[in-house]
Design a protein around this ligand. Sequence first.
Ligand code: PCA
Length: 225
Amino acid sequence: MTGLRVLVTGFDPFDRDSINPSWEAARALDGWNFELPGGQTVQVHARRMPCAFGAALRALDEAIDEVQPQLVLAIGQAGGRSEITPERVAINVDDGRICDNAGCQPIDVPVVQGAPTAYFSTLPIKALVRELRSAGIPAAVSNTAGTFVCNHLFFGLMHRIATRPLAGGLRGGFIHIPLLPEQAARLPAALPSLSLETVIEALRICVRTAVQVHEDVRETGGALH
Ligand code: PCA
């Protein structure tokens, strides 16, 4: 039986920060191998993405070509969030509130000209939230990945999956994570944070769940606004 390959991506630090928990957590999973109950093996490969419009998508394309994964979990930092948040939807717009690491700040331009307005994640986002919570880790579905480089990468990933399918099938999506305590401590007003240990455990749960659950569970993850 052949093994499954999972690509987990994290980002470079951005906005003058010196660390990005998404890469710190993703890199901890690099080389992780485990066996599913049926005996199939899963192999995790982590890759670091530049926090720059365009360059991030080129790096993602290269990583997918190289790893040939069946599953991609793209991870990014969302300062201010208190939970692990699997994203529901990627939208076809770049609108930078700040400059990316290359000094670019696109405003209201499509990620991919002529592509659909949006794509849904093909991760089992409700099942991820359920498994995270039952492990004692705060989690919630998010209905917006923003309009910065994370949404850009997420949209590019889903567009590639939709338009250039891999032979073995490819599913993927995006998960935002809170700041680390050390980042929150540097800010004038404290923002919520989660320890790196907890985030790493959360990503392990997400990988295990996403490889096994193909049909998402039906339970509420909606929001009023
Ligand atoms: N978070 C940013 C970009 C890189 C990251 O980790 C975002 O949410 O768009």
